[in-house]
Design a protein around this ligand. Structure first.
Ligand SMILES: Cc1cc2nc3c(=O)[nH]c(=O)nc-3n(C[C@H](O)[C@H](O)[C@H](O)COP(=O)(O)O)c2cc1C
Length: 361
């Protein structure tokens, strides 16, 4: 029987275990060019015993950013800087994917050189951007034209090309948590009447165009997709009666691809407020999705082992536990206690609360 310590293969890449580090924005690229630094390389190196590391969300363009000091993967300098990260992880025998991110409307002109954030539809929504001057309400965003959507598809492709150049083992497309691709999928944020709005197919079109373009320049089986079908009451996103049928359609269609994995999140606390939430995400989508399923949110050592032993998922990703436990794999193996992460340093600068959590002796 498989468990968290069983090896696993994705796209010809052998993962030493099934304990995956989930993407975690940490805001340490606090430099003019939003490039990875030696400190960021050290952070990932410390965590390289995970079966696979998925990097923090990394913007694919200057318009894709919505938070302070997040790294980019669109410029030549950013691409070169990521090489120190992939090398540090590979030198330790680890594997690393980069999460490709466009936040869409979850931003503010302060991050965008005064421009309006981009979105499927120019509608009001409830969100306060975390700007350097404190929280500011997000404005009504700019509705993307069809031509502008094509430009963003090309930006995703360029970011994937840069990721390969930088030595990443693969990429994860961030299509969840209320960011741009999710904004197209959800009818609460997408009221378009063209080919990108309305039907399930139209609302999923942008994501599939991104995958179709990316696979022209990198192996399809090194592309992962992250979705969060029960995401609710955050970043202005709401579940509706249409949500789960939309994801059923979309995830069924992902079977046409030979992806590295599908990364799903179990529903969070807020989903309980909605009668439209699917409360057993892995269970529902294990039946629909035929490829590698990675499951996230709230897993412990015990519950992670259980879901793998029972065949409910192939891989389990851990977010917060990796922040204060760089050697999470070893702690699970030895049954050691886990350290608690300090939330005040999640998005601060410097080594404190980033690279100074000790491993066990
Ligand atoms: C500090 C922090 C930063 C995060 N940044 C990202 C991110 O960049 N991309 C993403 O997809 N999810 C992000 N998440 C969500 C995590 O990947 C994960 O879904 C969440 O922590 C729940 O998993 P856990 O219960 O194992 O922590 C972040 C979560 C935290 C706490």
């Amino acid at each position: 029987m498989n468990n968290l310590f069983s090896s696993y293969s994705i796209g010809g890449l052998k993962l030493n275990n099934r304990i995956i580090m989930a993407p975690l924005t940490r805001g340490r690229a606090n430099n003019d060019k939003n490039i990875a630094t030696p400190l960021i390389a050290e952070y990932y190196r410390q965590r390289s015993t995970a079966g696979l590391l998925i990097s923090e969300g990394s913007q694919i363009s200057t318009m894709g950013v919505g938070y302070m000091n997040t790294p980019g993967i669109y410029s030549e300098e950013q691409t070169q800087a990521w090489k120190q990260v992939t090398k540090a992880v590979h030198d330790e025998g680890g594997k690393i994917f980069i999460q490709l991110w466009h936040v869409g409307r979850v931003s503010h002109p302060d991050f965008l050189d005064g421009k309006l954030p981009l979105a499927p539809s120019a509608i009001e929504f409830d969100y306060n951007a975390r700007t350097p001057q404190g929280p500011k309400p997000a404005p009504i965003p700019h509705e993307l034209s069809v031509g502008e959507i094509a430009e963003i598809v090309a930006e995703f492709k360029n970011a994937a090309k840069n990721a390969m150049e930088a030595g990443f083992d693969g990429v994860e497309i961030h299509a969840s948590n209320g960011y741009l691709l999710h904004q197209f999928i959800a009818p609460c944020s997408n009221i378009r009447t063209d080919d990108y709005g309305g039907s399930f197919e139209n609302r999923s079109r942008f994501l599939f165009e991104v995958i179709d373009e990316m696979k022209k320049i990198m192996p399809e089986n090194r592309i992962g997709v992250r979705l969060n079908p029960s995401y609710h009451n955050d970043h202005g996103m709401f579940l509706t009666e249409d949500t789960i049928p939309t994801f059923d359609f979309l995830i069924e269609k992902l079977n046409d691809y030979n992806l590295a994995y599908l990364h799903l999140s179990e529903s969070g606390r807020r989903a309980k407020e909605s009668r439209f939430a699917e409360t057993q995400i892995a269970k529902r989508y294990r039946k629909i999705y035929k490829g590698t399923l990675m499951i996230n949110r709230g897993f412990t050592y015990e519950s992670g082992n259980k879901v793998i032993e029972e065949g409910g998922a192939d891989l389990v990703s851990y977010g917060v536990p990796f922040i204060a436990n760089p050697d999470l794999v070893r702690r699970f193996e030895s049954g050691s206690a886990l350290a608690e992460a300090d939330t005040s340093t999640y998005y601060s600068t410097g080594a404190k609360g980033f690279t100074d959590y000790p491993a066990l002796d």
